[in-house]
Design a protein around this ligand. Structure first.
Ligand SMILES: [Zn+2]
Length: 247
């Protein structure tokens, strides 16, 4: 509680810190100084704590208020907006969406947030530090999987320098709009599959296997696309050959 860390005295406020970590980095120490100077003119009360939202005169928070606030400021349009695909479940797209923003709990991301990790090495290759970029783009596990997916759906070998390149793969591929949408779905499912495999290695000590992952990517994407794109005539045989004439 705030009350446990602070008291008023004749000479001003006295703070009773109890840090979980002994060393404050220079940035944290700087922020602490800023906090203390903000508190100089502040007189605490013993009332119960309440949440207040600064952008409403009464301090009440509402979504409509946020919407109004956002509408009133000029915001830069992001260079690229994540493209969703309704032929795969939301949870699948969310992995790629988070990966692109570096918001997946990779070992490096956890270490950045001061979560203790025994080491930061990728669990799929054990050679490089585990960032999103590494796991999905440069790790040899991902590289093999991308080339196998590309070979199966008859697109040129994947050359990707970043996550964004993978998410744009379908844009440059030939074929109808629907075939491109299937390729986009496969890209999202591959992201999801890589992350799932990575978690199975970490939490269930399973051995990663690109052949098994590719089989899973093919079969789950088949089920999802067949039902969500409503193409009952899409047979497993055609799908296995990536012959999508029925779309
Ligand atoms: Zn790796």
């Amino acid at each position: 509680m705030v009350a446990d860390r602070w008291a008023n005295s004749d000479s001003g406020h006295i703070f009773y810190w109890a840090w979980a970590r002994p060393e404050l980095g220079s940035e944290a120490a700087h922020q602490l100084q800023g906090l203390i100077s903000m508190l100089e003119d502040w007189n605490g009360s013993t009332d119960a704590d309440v949440w207040k939202w600064n952008h409403d005169p009464d301090g009440n928070f509402s979504v409509s208020n946020v919407k109004k606030l956002l509408g009133s400021v000029d915001r830069n349009r992001p260079e690229r907006v994540f493209e969703w695909n309704n032929w795969v479940p939301k949870k699948v797209g969310i992995v790629a969406w988070r990966a692109e923003m570096e918001r997946l709990p990779t070992k490096c991301a956890l270490a950045r947030r001061n979560v203790p990790v025994p080491n930061q090495l990728c669990v799929l290759c054990g050679e490089y530090v585990e960032t999103s970029e590494h796991v999905f783009v440069s790790c040899h596990f991902a590289q093999t999987l991308w080339q196998n997916v590309a070979g199966w759906c008859k697109i040129p070998p994947v050359i990707a320098f970043g996550i964004g390149d993978l998410l744009k793969l379908h844009e440059s591929s030939s074929g109808s709009r629907k075939v491109r949408k299937v390729i986009h779905a496969l890209v999202l499912v591959t992201f999801w599959s890589i992350w799932k495999t990575r978690n199975e290695v970490v939490f269930r000590q399973v051995n990663a296997n690109t052949t098994r992952s590719l089989d899973e990517i093919k079969s789950v994407t088949y089920l999802w696309v067949k039902s969500r794109a409503k193409v009952a005539a899409l047979s497993w045989e055609d799908w296995s050959r990536f012959s999508l004439g029925v779309l």
